[in-house]
Write a protein that binds this ligand. Structure first.
Ligand code: SF4
Length: 185
């Protein structure tokens, strides 16, 4: 396992998949590298690509609001994505792109050793929890994976497109707060 600095350095210069050809910035991840709470989305969007930071712009603002509901902020968790470079036109990251990039996230997980993993959206949930994960039905449920307690929330972008999903997400956030208290995080 690499240390954080070596891992970030190699990621910032990565050309393992063709997404390196269209990116402005690699979006490695942000937050507290000592935290036991990890959020994972699918990949950078336009603003994230321009700024090199995950979850900025309107979806990032909503994620910050979601965190504040349960008395958290970015200093209390770590936030990363399945792929570190923006897929063109915000399409879903393709399986071969995910396969090329997942090693960085696996190393981030090995360094963090999170107790709780929260997937943001279907792509992350299908990659990290269950290939058949149905975000509409399975969000907010909890499973153990590789020593982590895992769940998934709707992606903030989905909540922006469909505010009708927000009450369910509010309940999921309260469930997350309970788990954080149970595990003393
Ligand atoms: S998406 Fe991941 S694997 Fe592809 S170039 Fe970017 S950092 Fe490398």
């Amino acid at each position: 396992m690499e240390n954080w600095e070596a891992l970030e350095e190699s990621c910032l210069h990565c050309d393992r998949c063709h997404l390196c050809g269209t990116r402005h910035n690699v979006v490695f991840g942000v937050g507290n590298r000592e935290s036991k709470l990890l959020f994972v989305g699918e990949g950078p969007g336009e603003q994230e690509d321009l700024q090199g930071i995950p979850f900025v712009g309107p979806a990032g603002k909503l994620l910050d609001d979601m965190l504040s509901i349960i008395d958290l902020d970015r200093d209390h968790c770590y936030i990363a994505n399945i792929v570190k470079c923006r897929p063109p036109r915000n399409r879903d990251p393709q399986p071969q792109e995910q396969d090329a990039c997942i090693g960085y996230l696996e190393n981030q997980i090995a360094l963090l050793q999170p107790k709780i993993l929260v997937c943001l959206g279907r792509i992350a949930a299908q990659r990290l929890i269950d290939p058949n994960f149905r975000i509409t039905y399975d969000h907010g449920t909890w499973v153990q994976r590789r020593g982590m307690l895992c769940t998934a929330l709707y992606h903030p972008s989905a909540l922006l497109r469909d505010p009708g999903k927000r009450p369910e997400t509010f309940d999921d956030l309260l469930s997350l707060r309970e788990k954080l208290r149970e595990l003393n995080i």
